[in-house]
Each structure stands twice: as structure tokens, then as C-alpha cells.
Design a protein around this ligand. Structure first.
Ligand code: ITT
Length: 195
């Protein structure tokens, strides 16, 4: 079965490819189908944006389509950057996580709690829609460390692993991340509904 992964984010793409291994699906990317345009994320929630991306690319391709909308919620910033995580600052990932560190300057460790959230949406050609959610709790570090992952991973400290998300192996991140948790639930849906 062919499944379109509606993302232009390379980090997400790599993770979903690993998270769906073992399922008899051929994962396609928008570029494979000449669908290179970005979907404008006009929703007010992760759920709305995930559905928007999956519906738009699903309609354009005629294929079962999976999208994720995700972000980092920092308690000391009242949940920001949240659904605006990708657009918190213009530029590279490092520009965004450095701006986040600056915004938290002087905030003590116990007040630096945060979580990654991922909402995955699967839209089928017959119109049925399924959504799942995963969360990963952590703390914003005071300086970046690690080379793995993407986005805010270098500043997201995972207490149970005693290191940042960017220092985890791909295998470990894909076991405990917000996306891994959303994917686990989605695997069950894929198996039940499509295969
Ligand atoms: P698509 O919409 O094309 O999938 P995007 O990067 O715009 O790509 P989102 O709107 O869902 O995706 O924004 C998610 C942002 O949240 C992402 O750009 C990162 O900055 C951050 N993020 C999400 N998951 C992350 C992860 O596993 N590690 C680090 N940062 C992450």
C-alpha cells in the first residue's frame, strides 16, 4: 500500500520512515509526486494543522496521507512557541533555539519545564480521518549540546536519559519521543484500517 507522508521537514521525514518500518507500506514524499508547495498552516491547534496538511496533500494525490503537526511548549513562556515552533524566528534551527535560550535567561532549572507534542493525522481517500497524539516531557537546558535529531533537540534535556534529545541515538529518540508515541498509536490504526 502506498502512503504519502505530507511533510517538507527532513528531520520529521527521516523519523517517520524509521517509525513505520516493518509495516507493508511504501512511503512516498510530496516531492516524489511533484507536490512541492507548502500548505499554509492557518489552524489554531496542532490537530487543525495536522488535518489541514493531510487533507490538502491527500486530495492532491488521491493517496492515504499522513501528516504531523508538532511543537515545543515551554511552561515559563505560557506554552510558547507551541504551534508556532517552526516560525518562532526566521532562519535555521539554531537561530530559533538560541532565541529560546535568550528568552529563558535567568529562569532557574525548576521553572524550565517543557514538552514536545506531536499530533499525527491520517486521511484516507474515502474520507475517513484518524488522529493520534504523543507527548514527551523535558526541561530546557541552558546551552545547546548534541548533534542528532533536528529543531530544538539540542536544548531539550530529557531527564530519564540525562542528556539532550540531540544526544540520543536515533533508536532511543524513536522509542521515547512525542512523535514515537503518536506513531505507535498510528501503527495500530494503519494495521487495522489499511492492511
Ligand atoms: P511540515 O509542516 O512540512 O511537516 P514543519 O517544520 O513546518 O514541517 P511543524 O509546523 O509541525 O512542521 O513545526 C514543527 C516544529 O517544531 C519543527 O520545525 C521544530 O522546530 C519543532 N519540532 C517538532 N518536532 C521536533 C523534534 O522531534 N525535535 C525538535 N524539534 C521539533
Amino acid at each position: 500500500m502506498r502512503l504519502l507522508l505530507a511533510t517538507h521537514n527532513r528531520g520529521k521525514r527521516r523519523e517517520w520512515q524509521a517509525l513505520l518500518t516493518g509495516l507493508p507500506v511504501e512511503l512516498l514524499l510530496p516531492d516524489d509526486l511533484g507536490l512541492s508547495g507548502e500548505v499554509e498552516e492557518t489552524g489554531e491547534t496542532y490537530l487543525e494543522n495536522a488535518l489541514l496538511k493531510a487533507r490538502t496533500l491527500g486530495a492532491a494525490s488521491g493517496l492515504p496521507t499522513l501528516a504531523d503537526d508538532s511543537g515545543l511548549e515551554v511552561d515559563a513562556l505560557d506554552g510558547a512557541p507551541g504551534i508556532h515552533s517552526a516560525r518562532y524566528r526566521l532562519g535555521a534551527d539554531a537561530v530559533r533555539y538560541r532565541a529560546l535560550l535568550r528568552a529563558l535567561e535567568g529562569v532557574p532549572p525548576e521553572k524550565r519545564t517543557a514538552r514536545f507534542r506531536c499530533v499525527a493525522a491520517l486521511v484516507l481517500p474515502d474520507g475517513r480521518e484518524f488522529t493520534t497524539e504523543g507527548v514527551c516531557e523535558g526541561v530546557i537546558a541552558t546551552e545547546p549540546s548534541g548533534e542528532g535529531g533536528f529543531g530544538y533537540d539540542p536544548v531539550f534535556y530529557v531527564p530519564e536519559q540525562d542528556c539532550t534529545m540531540a544526544k540520543l541515538s536515533d533508536e532511543t529518540k524513536n522509542r521515547l519521543s512525542h512523535r514515537a508515541r503518536a506513531a505507535q498509536a498510528l501503527r495500530a490504526v494503519l494495521l487495522a484500517e489499511l492492511l
